[in-house]
Write a protein that binds this ligand. Structure first.
Ligand code: C2E
Ligand code: CA
Ligand code: CA
Ligand code: CA
Length: 284
């Protein structure tokens, strides 16, 4: 497999048509892929806009498929959700990310916890064992609960009733943070921000597209400014996703966003990549 076209996960192989990534092929392989050790995690740094320091990283899962090469989550997470495989896979991602965050902490100069953000799919959220699993992972790895942030998409929570929010409240009781992911992509119910047990809002990159270049779109600037102001009023921090240019980073800092994530700072990469950034940061 090698990079092809605009998609670095495409397989450049003349036979690739014949071996088209069929849903069927992936479905067969998915149940055993975990025990075969075919999944791995890349980490993308989260940057504090106030001082440019590394706050932590988001864990993003990849599947190193023997035939198709490296597959991105968009190519197999929906499948894993429909087959229920997401539950064991998500548990593995959580375990592995927590272990890694603990390792970063061990190796950091100040010994302080390094935050890791882990995505939770709706199936995991509504799986009865979730809270106990998270508690067990924290216990086994010795990771400080405040160093774990679970990202839940807006679409998974909109319309959720009080029962559905119970596991989230219990996670918050454990000391874990909940972030509302992909905010602004679906039907956003602003008033829900008031009662959801979240502490961080992740603004989808669709929001920041209009401020990628000079001159920035004045309406897009106003929209982000309004959301940041509302979020801060409600005691939430704001993370912006998909920051690709310096212009964006500067504007978003001025608009009061707290944290940023994107190619401008770093692409998702192996765990050591974050350690280097953290060290470089501590030494500057
Ligand atoms: P997400 O949670 O919104 O993650 C951010 C996505 O944006 C990642 O795509 C990341 O590589 C990409 N990205 C980061 N910076 C930039 C940028 O500057 N520009 C652009 N254009 N893109 C950027 P990725 O890794 O392909 O993941 C896609 C989605 O798959 C994630 O979206 C998340 O919803 C899901 N996902 C990833 N890992 C997991 C997991 O372990 N469990 C679950 N349930 N879902 C996961
Ligand atoms: Ca996410
Ligand atoms: Ca997101
Ligand atoms: Ca997204």
């Amino acid at each position: 497999a090698k990079a092809a076209g605009g998609n670095r996960y495409e397989v450049a192989d003349p036979d690739s048509d014949a071996r088209a990534i069929t849903r069927h092929g992936l479905t067969n392989r998915l149940p055993t892929a975990l025990e075969r050790g075919e999944f791995f995690i890349e980490y993308q740094p989260l940057i504090r806009l106030a001082d440019g320091s590394v706050q932590g990283a988001e864990a993003l899962v990849r599947w190193c498929h023997p035939l198709h090469g490296v597959l991105g989550p968009d190519q197999f997470i929906p499948l894993a959700e429909s087959t229920g495989q997401i539950v064991p896979l998500g548990r593995w991602v959580l375990q592995e990310s927590a272990r890694q965050a603990r390792e970063w902490q061990r190796r950091s100069a100040d010994g302080l916890p390094v935050r890791v953000n882990v995505n939770l799919s709706p199936c995991q959220l509504y799986h009865p064992g979730l809270v106990d699993e998270v508690a067990a992972v924290l216990e086994e790895t010795g990771l400080d609960p405040t160093a774990l942030c679970l990202e839940v998409t807006e679409s998974a929570l909109i319309g959720a009733d009080e029962d559905a929010l119970k596991p989230l409240r219990r996670l918050v009781d454990l000391g874990v943070d909940i972030a509302l992911d992909d905010f602004g992509t679906g039907y956003s119910n602003l008033s829900s921000l008031r009662w959801l047990p979240i502490s961080n809002l992740k603004l989808d990159r669709a929001f920041t597209r209009g401020i990628r270049q000079h001159p920035a779109d004045p309406v897009d600037l106003k929209i982000v400014e309004g959301i940041v102001s509302l979020a801060h009023t409600l005691g939430l921090t704001v993370t912006v996703e998909g920051v690709e240019t310096r212009t964006q980073a500067e504007h978003l800092g001025l608009l009061g966003c707290d944290t940023a994530q994107g190619w401008y700072y770093a692409r998702p990469g192996p765990p050591d990549h974050l350690h280097t950034l953290t060290l470089a940061d501590a030494m500057s």
